[in-house]
Design a protein around this ligand. Structure first.
Ligand code: ZN
Length: 354
């Protein structure tokens, strides 16, 4: 088989799986095979050269998580938003996951590097080390005084979404619903605007995925940085509030930002179903639309590995090879595929991680 196309990925939830898995950490990280969507050995096989690694604290409460596949199998659906989580509740798990990213580097120093700048990312990738970037998905671990942000920045945090699909003291998320508009609820709170300003000052990229439309507009007004949605799709094709309207895409293009294609079936399928049996044409339709509205330089991947239901054709991280083959068969040339695979993300990180 020819060597894989190296790619940079805008979003994964591997660290949450690493924290929660009952299996020994080494097995989960270094890879003995079949668990979840990714591990070090499958990432290398796939060409996974770098990506944003989310710190995400799931909703509290005992018991098994809901069966999203079943719940989202028959649109319309509208899941209630989980209640707000205090920073005291969120911080222990967030710190554990930040620590795990450092552990990942220590346990495989020649193969994984936790990167803090765009040059570091490029250097690591050139040396064949996977470049990980620490991302906070939902900023509950930061209190209203924002002081913890300095510490997370010191720990390596370089990307932050003020909300997941759950309200915070900073802003309001969009629900998991179909069909629906992202224009739901108010914009950022004053504390949220202060958080955005401090992120700009520290050189932490703001992630707009999961924010509602008024929050998106507030980030655009308050921040000077490029507008980035690490893992979202086209609302014109899949009418989910998690996807971006053409108006939002045009703002992202004007601000020289980025959208990473989310592989989650319920943000891809035009009918909002969680069904994983789909052809490559569904992902390609979103890519075509994103490229039309954003231009070739502002589209990439944002898989949501280990945080979503994937199309059967993708299956796990190694399935990205099939996606690149499908892009090629669809008429994308090698230069465009290189942009979508990694060049656009790297150029965007050059602009964001100042
Ligand atoms: Zn997400």
């Amino acid at each position: 088989m020819s060597p894989p196309i190296p790619f940079f990925d805008g979003h994964n939830d591997f660290v949450l799986r690493l924290m929660k898995t009952p299996a020994p950490r080494d097995e989960t990280w270094l890879g003995t095979g079949e668990m979840g969507h990714m591990d070090l050995s499958r990432m290398k096989e796939a060409g996974f050269a770098g990506g944003m690694f989310a710190i995400f604290v799931p909703p509290l409460g005992a018991g098994k998580p809901p069966d999203f596949k079943a719940l989202m199998a028959h649109p319309p659906y509208a899941m209630p938003m989980p209640p707000q989580m205090t920073h005291a509740e969120a911080r222990p798990d967030a710190l554990t996951m930040a620590g795990l990213l450092h552990w990942m580097e220590r346990s495989a120093p020649d193969e994984f590097k936790l990167c803090r700048s765009a040059p570091e990312i490029r250097t690591a990738m050139a040396a064949g080390r996977i470049a990980g970037v620490m991302h906070l998905e939902g900023a509950e671990a930061i209190g209203p005084d924002l002081d913890a942000l300095y510490l997370f920045h010191e720990m390596g945090l370089r990307s932050l979404g003020p909300v997941w699909s759950r309200d915070t003291i900073f802003g309001y998320g969009v629900p998991m619903a179909f069909p629906g508009s992202p224009d739901i609820g108010p914009g950022l709170t004053e504390t949220g605007k202060d958080l955005i300003r401090l992120c700009d000052e520290l050189g932490i990229m703001i992630d707009l995925s999961h924010l509602n439309e008024k929050g998106f507009d507030d980030v655009a007004a308050v921040s000077q940085a490029p507008l980035v949605a690490t893992h979202s799709n086209a609302h014109a094709i899949c009418n989910s509030p998690r996807n971006l309207t053409d108006r939002q895409l045009h703002m992202i293009r004007e601000r020289k930002g980025m959208v990473g294609l989310n592989f989650a079936t319920f943000y891809l399928n035009a009918d909002g179903r969680s069904d994983s049996d789909m052809g490559w044409d569904v992902m390609l339709r979103h890519l075509d639309h994103l490229i039309t509205e954003l231009g070739e330089d502002h589209v990439g991947l944002g898989s949501d590995f280990d945080g979503c239901i994937l199309p059967d054709l993708i299956g796990d991280v190694t399935g990205v090879r099939g996606l690149f083959a499908a892009m090629s068969a669809h008429g994308y040339d090698a230069a465009l595929i290189a942009k979508l695979a990694r060049e656009n993300w790297l150029a965007c990180l050059d602009r964001c991680l100042t």
